[in-house]
Design a protein around this ligand. Structure first.
Ligand code: 13P
Length: 256
């Protein structure tokens, strides 16, 4: 699975053009589920462009209530109405710049599940935390905090993304071994919180400087189920190349 996080990029005109180009060029890529997450303002337009295709639509955030006096917020019910399939929650940029903590993210996660959206819960350590040997401790806290109170049925409807903060937008990706190690530990915690079957069923994506050149070795790791792509998802050709290289049995993606 490859999810594009466009972050706060794209006018309506640009978003339509990018989504159209992805739709057009992706026709022949098989075996990879693709979801585009544009900014809120472009969701309706991108939904129109993607209608009738197999490409999914996702959002980058949501509120925890279905409606109400929450100026400037967007509810999961509104996203579901637009045809969103998933919602990114707990992205490190929101944790860092908007002060989101695990308790708040947890409320959003429950709301997303209740409205039929798949939460894509992001976890990841900073460079300093990794240097101090706190990586597993940090991601475990974020995972347990984000999923608090979720039943086995709720957990199986979630997806996770391991996004080391030091790898986001830096050009320095985690190595496949570093990714696999953290993904494995997250799966172990899922086993404990739900069951071994649920842990195997929940997809865990890797994010952080994913590029056409590094995606195949990352996804060859059995623990890494897909990629969450930021910067490289803003160019249709680059994104398509990532999708092609993510196809099962790397290199066997449909050819032009
Ligand atoms: P980059 O791919 O730009 O490093 O961003 C990763 C990310 O934050 C995706 O959510």
């Amino acid at each position: 699975m490859v999810v594009a996080n466009w972050k706060m990029n794209g006018t309506l005109v640009e978003a339509r053009a990018l989504a159209s180009a992805v739709r057009e060029k992706l026709r022949r890529a098989r075996g990879v589920e693709v979801v585009l997450c544009p900014p809120f303002t472009a969701l309706a337009a991108v939904a129109e462009v993607l209608a009738g295709s197999s490409i999914g639509l996702g959002a980058q955030n949501c509120h925890w209530e279905a409606s109400g006096a929450y100026t400037g917020e967007v509810s999961p019910a509104m996203l579901a109405e637009l045809g969103c399939r998933l919602v990114i929650l707990g992205h490190s940029e929101r944790r860092q710049h908007l002060g989101e903590g695990d308790a708040l993210i947890n409320r959003k996660l429950h709301a997303a599940v209740a409205h039929g959206l798949t939460p894509l819960l992001c976890v990841g350590e900073t460079a300093e935390e990794r240097r101090q040997g706190l990586t597993f401790h940090v991601v475990e806290g974020q995972l347990r905090g984000g999923l608090a109170g979720a039943s086995r049925d709720g957990i199986v409807r979630c997806m996770l993304a391991y996004e080391p903060v030091w790898a986001i937008g830096t050009g320095v990706n985690a190595t496949p071994a570093q990714g696999a190690e953290v993904h494995g530990s997250l799966r172990g915690i899922l086993s404990e919180l739900a069951s071994k079957e649920v842990a195997q069923a929940v997809r865990i994506l890797y994010g952080g400087s994913v590029k056409p050149e590094n995606v195949a070795p990352l996804l060859e790791e059995p623990e890494i189920d897909g990629a969450l792509v930021g910067g490289a998802s803003l160019q249709a050709d680059t994104f398509i190349e990532i999708v092609r290289k993510s196809a099962p049995r790397a290199g066997s993606a449909a050819k032009e």
